[in-house]
Design a binder for this molecule. Structure first.
Ligand SMILES: Nc1ncnc2c1ncn2[C@@H]1O[C@H](COP(=O)(O)OP(=O)(O)OP(=O)(O)O)[C@@H](O)[C@H]1O
Ligand SMILES: [Mg+2]
Length: 462
């Protein structure tokens, strides 16, 4: 009986131990699972790699109780592992970080020392007693006592993102069963680090894209500003041309008036004095004409409108100029469409066509003739007059500012013959605009020129 009781007690003892072991094992597994969950959670909300490494070491401490721990991350450019987080017992005479940096915080290369070995072989290195493992001493300067050590490569698929180091001053400090758990952790931490890297690369790329976009916007703004400055300077240069033109015209007129007046003072012959005065009057008329032209261009001239058919104005004008054009070998072709009557200042509209016909004639003089076609047509509420010549055409640089006063390729300004003043088209432009119409010129050098005048005849007319 006694024997039986003893055996039973022994059995109970064995069972109790097994139960205790099971209980411990169970608690350990729960802790391990909670650590795996905590690290996984950590990497979903933490995007600062240093912070993430430091918090990982805090979480691991709960289970593994290392005296010193560190995470070193591989720099993909240099392939050197650099310290991102270090933790451990304070080392006398040194700051924690500084002391640890001599031990665990040491940068290392792939393959150098225990951590380098783990990284190169993509395997956890478990050293229960460092005195019995030569890999430990390679490349290390030991400032704190390390007797047992674990180095865990942090794997993101096949990539080594970093290494986790855990150490203790006593031998066999880490139970071998920890290795299974660390095997799972090395992949989840490695993947987490890879994700943070990716996220940071994306953010960096995104911010450089935003910066490039901002730079582009700034360049565009600068361009707008530059355009404004150029436009202003173009306006200014237009005004300069205008001022120079006026000065040139009136200088000529004043020089003439001055010359004839002086001659009259010196000369007592009444016939010659009369001839001089007539010349002075002619010059004054020229001055008045220029002023009137400029006023028309500026839209300041007086206009008196009556109802008339544009065909009538053209026919009258062509009848007058035809003999002169015949002499120059210039054929005039007239094609009149049926037109609505319009209200306009017929003198001024005649002036427009006089100027246009004069320009067409000038462009053909060098060619010893050619043809000018005058074609009219009604386009809905618009009357269209096309004057097409077979002359020398217009250079693009002249075409740009052709309606500005004093733009000419002829005479004193243009250097050509006959002497002209560059006022004809500006005058025509002013008149047509005053009548609510438009005037356009298309031309290519040596290919003649087509001038189109549009005048409103319907409700849009002024
Ligand atoms: N039909 C055309 N063919 C070729 N060039 C032309 C024609 N019409 C105008 N141009 C060019 O445009 C310039 C300006 O013409 P615009 O009538 O304003 O002045 P201008 O004829 O030079 O002088 P003004 O008319 O004062 O006598 C001319 O000098 C000429 O170079
Ligand atoms: Mg002209």
């Amino acid at each position: 009986m006694q024997d039986k009781i003893q055996k039973l007690e022994q059995r109970i003892q064995i069972l109790t131990k097994a139960l205790n072991d099971l209980q411990n094992n169970y608690e350990e597994k729960v802790l391990e699972l909670s650590i795996i969950r905590k690290t996984a959670d950590l990497f979903t909300y933490e995007f600062d790699l240093k912070e993430a490494c430091s918090k990982t070491l805090d979480i691991l401490y709960l289970e593994l109780l290392p005296e010193h721990s560190s995470i070193l991350i591989r720099n993909p450019d240099t392939n050197i592992f650099e310290p991102y987080a270090v933790k451990g017992k304070k080392i006398p005479g040194k700051g924690l970080k500084k002391g640890l940096s001599t031990l665990f915080g040491n940068r290392f290369r792939m393959g150098v020392g225990a951590a380098g070995w783990a990284a190169q072989n993509k395997k956890i290195i478990y050293i229960p007693d460092v005195t019995k493992d030569t890999r430990f001493f390679e490349g290390f300067e030991q400032k704190v006592k390390i007797s047992s050590l674990i180095c865990v490569p942090l794997l993101n698929q096949d990539n080594v993102e970093g290494v986790l180091n855990l150490s203790h001053s006593s031998v066999n400090a880490f139970p071998k069963r920890n290795l299974n758990f660390l095997n799972i952790l090395m992949k989840s931490i490695g993947a987490g680090i890879g994700n943070i890297r990716l996220f940071n690369e994306y953010t960096e790329a995104n911010s450089s894209l935003l910066k490039a976009n901002q730079d582009l916007q700034n360049t565009l703004n600068d361009l707008h500003e530059t355009r404004k400055v150029i436009l202003n300077s173009e306006k200014l240069s237009g005004i300069r041309v205008l001022a120079a033109g006026i000065a040139h015209e009136f200088n000529n007129i004043l020089a003439g008036i001055y010359g004839y007046s002086e001659l009259s003072l010196l000369n007592k012959n009444p016939y010659e004095i009369e001839a001089n005065i007539k010349n002075i009057l002619k010059l004054s008329d020229r001055g008045t004409e220029i002023v009137e032209n400029l006023l028309t261009f500026a839209g300041k001239s007086k206009i008196s409108k009556k109802t008339i058919n544009i065909n009538t104005i053209l026919k009258r004008l062509i009848k007058i100029i035809r003999p002169e054009f015949d002499n120059l070998g210039i054929a005039l072709k007239e094609e009149y469409g049926k037109l609505d009557q319009i209200r306009c200042d017929s003198n001024q509209i005649s002036q427009v066509f006089v100027q246009l016909m004069a320009n067409a004639k000038d462009s053909m003089v060098e060619y010893n003739g050619g043809t000018i076609s005058i074609i009219t047509s009604q386009k809905k509420d618009l009357i269209q007059v096309n004057i097409v010549d077979t002359g020398k055409g217009i250079e693009p640089e002249i075409l740009e500012n052709i309606f500005d006063p004093f733009v000419t390729t002829k005479g004193a300004f243009g250097g050509g013959i006959p002497e002209r003043h560059g006022l004809g088209l500006s005058l025509a432009y002013g008149i047509i605009k005053e009548h609510g119409g438009d005037i356009k010129i298309v031309s290519q050098p040596s290919n003649g020129c087509k001038v189109t005048v549009l005048l409103p005849s319907g409700p849009s007319r002024k």
